[in-house]
Design a protein around this ligand. Structure first.
Ligand SMILES: Nc1ncnc2c1ncn2[C@@H]1O[C@H](COP(=O)(O)OP(=O)(O)OP(=O)(O)O)[C@@H](O)[C@H]1O
Ligand SMILES: [Mg+2]
Length: 337
């Protein structure tokens, strides 16, 4: 066999690199260990270069995590902050589509992936960028998937950031655990829920999960709170519309004839109640907005399409609450970098 596992260094032999006698297997192991060490060094540098890291979680799928993660990132970026958005969802990475970045060209230099440039200077990286065919389902066994995430985290060249927002697949599965173990200094978790009972139940699980892994809960965002219908009619007249379940909802037009009625599509106020009950901050709510669905499909987020609209303002107010929580957190904990 040519690949002897033992290396024999002889006195007087020409200068050789220390691994020149190693077997292929040993060389591969050494190479792997070296790369892992480099990745660890990069991650600790990354920790120092990124001021805040926020994970966006939900217990239930489809409640709007990716929409909220993207909206928070854009809202922060529009305030002039340097923001990164990392989409860790391998099986359903939606962030590139929501930002119109599906065709993004990624630059790889010295083994590091440079994030794509999104709107308002947002830096974006998604597992979707690494998949050959976005329509092909990804069926990776757990350990392979988690290994890929670990590697992915260490290989992104973010540079200096004020905030990194991390979007996850639904549930308190292995992904958030892996990220929290691989990336030090996570400031906290934002939990997204819709106001209906099933989602609230799951959001309680997410809160308990964050507590179990000792990451602060920055708070709960209640998404799809209510859908507001607006119109004009005769001034000071009674308006009646048929609400969900055939229940009529009444209101009065004002002296200019304007009226509005909010339909609680998924009920309302549950997010606030459950955050109170669980002793975590309530960060605010987002309206049910068909423009969010359109924006998600067209690749132009609602915040970009209508920066002064109701949804953009709701995001701004949630960002304010998050910044407040981060402020409180930095006063509470002494970070050693
Ligand atoms: N406030 C809202 N108003 C109307 N539609 C919304 C709102 N928030 C999200 N949506 C829509 O709901 C759908 C699910 O949203 P999104 O993909 O953000 O959820 P998710 O929690 O990330 O899903 P998954 O669990 O699959 O990752 C999308 O079609 C999105 O456009
Ligand atoms: Mg998602």
């Amino acid at each position: 066999m040519s690949d002897s596992p033992v290396s024999h260094h002889q006195a007087g032999a020409p200068q050789e690199s220390p691994d020149s006698g190693a077997s292929n297997e040993q060389k591969a192991q050494m190479e792997q260990a070296y790369q892992q060490m480099q990745r660890k060094m990069r991650i600790s540098k990354m920790d120092a270069n990124i001021k805040h890291k926020i994970m966006v979680l939900s217990g239930k799928g489809g409640v709007g995590k990716s929409t909220v993660a993207t909206g928070l990132a854009l809202s922060l970026a529009r305030r002039g902050k340097k923001v990164g958005l990392m989409d860790i969802d391998i099986t359903g990475p939606n962030v590139p589509k929501m930002l119109g970045l599906e065709q993004a060209d990624l630059n790889v230099e010295e083994g590091q992936i440079h994030p794509a440039d999104g709107p308002s200077g947002l830096k974006v990286i998604s597992m979707a960028f690494l998949l050959e065919d976005p329509d092909k389902p990804v069926i990776w066994r757990g350990p392979i998937k988690l290994g890929a995430i670990q590697q992915f985290i260490g290989d992104v060249a973010w540079g200096e950031l004020d905030t990194l927002i991390i979007d996850f697949p639904p549930g308190t599965s292995d992904e958030p655990l892996t990220v929290s173990q691989s990336l030090p200094g996570i400031d906290g978790v934002v939990i997204v829920t819709t106001p209906q009972e099933v989602a609230l139940l799951d959001s309680r699980k997410s809160i308990n999960f964050a507590k179990t892994i000792s990451i602060p809960v920055l708070g709960v965002v209640e998404n799809m709170r209510g859908y507001t219908l607006r119109g004009t009619s005769t001034p000071n007249s009674k308006i009646s519309v048929m609400g969900p379940g055939g229940v009529p909802i009444d209101c009065h037009s004002d002296e200019d004839g304007k009226w509005e009625i909010t339909l609680d599509v998924f009920k309302s106020g549950g997010g606030e109640e459950s955050s109170k009950e669980m002793g975590v901050p309530f960060l605010g709510s987002l309206p049910f907005d068909p423009g969010i669905v359109r924006g998600g499909d067209d690749g132009v987020h609602r915040i970009i399409a209508e920066p002064d609209g109701e949804t953009a303002r709701a995001f701004e107010s949630i960002v304010e609450s998050i910044l407040e929580q981060l402020d409180k957190g930095s006063q509470r904990t002494l970070r050693i970098i």
